[in-house]
Design a protein around this ligand. Structure first.
Ligand code: NAD
Ligand code: DAU
Length: 337
């Protein structure tokens, strides 16, 4: 079985590649990634010499290369993670989001269609549904209308619709998964949780947007990987599956949990200008996926404890990132020091 994982040098794709290489030694896992600022291969040092792991450096939006790769390799499954994934970057530079997330997905769909793959699993996000009000009994279901609010989520929603259309028009076997906010090992330190951990460990201020009362529904990345594994093998073609574990927290709660676990003062919190178009609340109803047999292993307390420990144990990894291009990006966006 040949499985193409796009974006396997990034956060979730990287965890998924490691999970699959270890769990299925009889599957060949091909990690295709262009290695943007968010991709790095050092995270795969434990698997890079395994017989069932391959790396291909390529751009999903480069049509000729992708089409000839698919003709040559005859993949069975495509698990599509590759994307521009950071909302703040989509506000300052939307164009690359259109190219990678929409055009890149369409190129992959064409390649998959021409080569009779068994399934194209498109990894999407709950952000395509827009925002919920603070009313705690409302949730995103698979029937919630798409109402994206940021250029990032608009590009993801567009790609979801393309995937759907290739199923309806060409009969391509597809699934779309829409997961809530992930956290865990190898999370790039521009996103709230790794940003907070890394800055608190360096005794730096943590920028909290607005009043910090926006709510996200946090899921450990390994629970996301297990969900994708299940949908890949058992998902009904053409169906959408929401992924989430009912772990809603305000941003302020998340930041305070991290600061308190590390024994640092809450004075490190700095309220800064809000994100434009900032979605109020995300919350997933995962009933459909649970009926397929999925159950998360982590709740927020166990997951955040494991994650904080991972960042303490892997300082080299995130310090190397912070000292590179990311530092310039951060300086452009905040003036905290
Ligand atoms: P990430 O930014 O950490 O990684 C993205 C990866 O894609 C990087 O390795 C990058 O090099 C690669 N990539 C970017 N452009 C490419 C191109 N043109 N060709 C080939 N590779 C390219 O992202 P992530 O947080 O791991 O998210 C992965 C996927 O999961 C995305 O599709 C995202 O929309 C979705 N998702 C993320 C979350 C989350 O909380 N992070 C939640 C739900 C869904
Ligand atoms: O819901 C799934 C989505 O989760 C994914 O599709 C995205 O790829 C992923 O980046 C994430 O999007 P968010 O915008 O929710 O994640 P982020 O970590 O950027 O922000 C989480 C919350 O924290 C959000 O309400 C904004 C806030 N925030 C973020 C940063 C980076 C701050 O208050 N301060 C910050 O410095």
């Amino acid at each position: 079985m040949k499985i193409l994982v796009t974006g396997g040098a990034g956060f979730i794709g990287g965890n998924f590649v490691q999970y699959m290489v270890d769990k299925y030694p009889h599957y060949d896992i091909y990690n295709l990634d262009i290695l943007t600022y968010a991709g790095d291969l050092t995270k795969h040092s434990d698997i890079e010499n395994k017989d069932n792991y391959y790396f291909i450096k390529a751009d999903i939006a480069e049509r000729e290369n992708i089409i000839s790769l698919f003709e040559k390799e005859k993949f069975d499954y495509v698990i599509h993670f590759a994307a521009e994934s950071h909302v703040d970057r989509s506000i300052t530079d939307p164009e690359i989001f259109v190219r990678t997330n929409i055009l890149g997905t369409q190129v992959l769909l064409d390649a998959a269609r021409q080569n009779n793959i068994k399934k194209f699993l498109h990894v999407s996000t709950d952000e395509v549904y827009g925002e919920l009000d603070f009313e705690p009994s409302t949730f995103f279901t698979e029937e919630t209308p798409l109402q994206p609010n940021s250029p990032y989520s608009a590009s993801k929603a567009s790609s979801d619709l393309l995937v759907r259309s290739y199923h309806e028009t060409f009969g391509l076997p597809v699934n779309i998964t829409r997961c809530s906010n992930n956290y865990g090992p190898y999370h790039f330190p521009e996103k709230l949780i790794p940003l907070t951990i890394s800055r608190v460990l360096n005794n730096q201020k943590v920028p909290v947007y607005g009043a910090g009362n926006n709510i996200r529904d946090w899921l450990h990345v390994l629970d996301h990987c297990a969900a994708i594994d299940l949908v890949m093998h058992e998902g009904i073609n053409g169906e959408v599956y929401n992924i989430g574990g009912h772990n809603e927290r305000t941003n302020l709660e998340v930041v305070k949990t991290i600061i308190n676990s590390l024994g640092k003062p809450e004075e490190l919190i700095e309220f800064v200008q809000d994100r434009p178009g900032h979605d109020k609340r995300y919350a997933i109803d995962p009933t459909k996926l649970m009926q397929l047999g999925w159950k998360p292993k982590y709740n927020f307390e166990t997951g955040i404890t494991q994650t904080i420990q991972w960042y303490l144990d892997n300082k080299d990894w995130w310090e190397q990132i912070i000292s590179g291009e990311y530092k310039e990006y951060f300086k452009k966006h905040y003036t905290l020091e």
